[in-house]
Design a binder for this molecule. Structure first.
Ligand code: A2P
Length: 277
């Protein structure tokens, strides 16, 4: 968890983070963030849609985590897209989080409505200091290419579903070529990937768990990843991946598990742009 990636805007982002999706209840939240912090996690990833920003904020406050040490991400929900709405919603998020700024602000999903207005709001919010960095989530190549036709600044992060059953190699290459850091949500494939025999074999060979092998695979792929768990033991386990490494052959065997299997929804196409190309 000491690894940082440099973003195209010059800011540094921890490569491994802690996902807060579905973490609810103040006690569970505070406990999870405390455990994660003690295990070395510095990046905490929430979203307006998760409905837990106030609990995240209360946990930070109660635990008195030094602001400059932590990296906080939130995401603007679809309903809050649009220039004025996006800005108003982020101000609300900051109030709930009890923060003056977030480190990374993401557009949660690509939608046709207000596609460019939302991004213009993001560029302005960065200038105004509401966020240090701006990025997107669930954008495929076509969305990024469309955004590039009008953006003054491109996203520095694209957070997408990414795990051994959905390896996203073409997107990873595109993002890399455009200085966009890819960040994996559901890095463990919501647990569905953990039973793969290949992963069990590799895990046994290293004396690690399948989850640790998958996270190590993400690390060596050079992407950022945000596993989540509400169990203390797993939170610790998921941060304990820095004392072994996978061979090129093991990496290839994991890459070969790809079968384009999504656990979440498919990003919607931006029709106006598709029409032209
Ligand atoms: P739990 O919170 O009950 O520990 P993803 O991040 O891919 O969406 O997957 C998260 C799921 O995987 C959660 O349901 C979490 O459950 C479970 N999980 C997280 N870490 C581990 C681990 N080290 N071993 C097994 N399951 C894990």
């Amino acid at each position: 968890t000491d690894n940082y990636l440099q973003l195209a805007d010059g800011n540094m982002m921890p490569q491994e983070g802690f996902g807060l999706y579905k973490v609810t209840g103040q006690e569970t939240m505070t406990q999870a963030i405390q455990n994660a912090y003690n295990d070395g996690y510095r990046l905490f990833d929430t979203a307006q849609l998760y409905g837990n920003e106030a609990e995240v904020g209360a946990a930070f406050k109660q635990l008195q985590l030094p602001r400059e040490e932590i990296f906080v991400t939130t995401k603007v929900a679809e309903d809050n897209q649009g220039y004025d709405q996006a800005i108003a919603s982020v101000k609300e998020s900051l109030a709930k989080l009890q923060l003056d700024y977030v480190d990374l602000l993401l557009v949660h999903w690509p939608i046709e409505r207000a596609f460019f207005d939302t991004w213009r709001a993001f560029e302005d919010m960065k200038k105004a200091g509401l966020t240090k960095s701006i990025g997107v989530s669930n954008y495929e190549m076509i969305h990024l290419q469309y955004l590039a036709t009008q953006a003054h600044e491109m996203p520095v992060v694209d957070q997408v579903e990414l795990h051994p059953l959905l390896t996203q190699k073409p997107l990873l290459k595109f993002n890399h070529d455009h200085q966009i850091v890819t960040q994996a949500w559901s890095p463990l494939g919501r647990g569905a990937v953990l039973d793969q025999a290949v992963l069990k074999d590799i895990a046994t060979a290293h004396g690690k768990s399948p989850a640790q092998v998958i996270l190590r695979w993400h690390l060596q792929c050079g992407v950022s990843f945000i596993p989540k768990s509400v169990h203390e033991e797993r939170i610790a386990q998921n941060a304990d991946i820095y004392d072994f490494s996978l061979s090129a052959d093991e990496m290839a065997r994991i890459d070969a598990l790809n079968n384009y299997q999504r656990t979440g929804r498919e990003p919607e196409l931006v029709y106006e742009y598709n029409k032209q190309y």
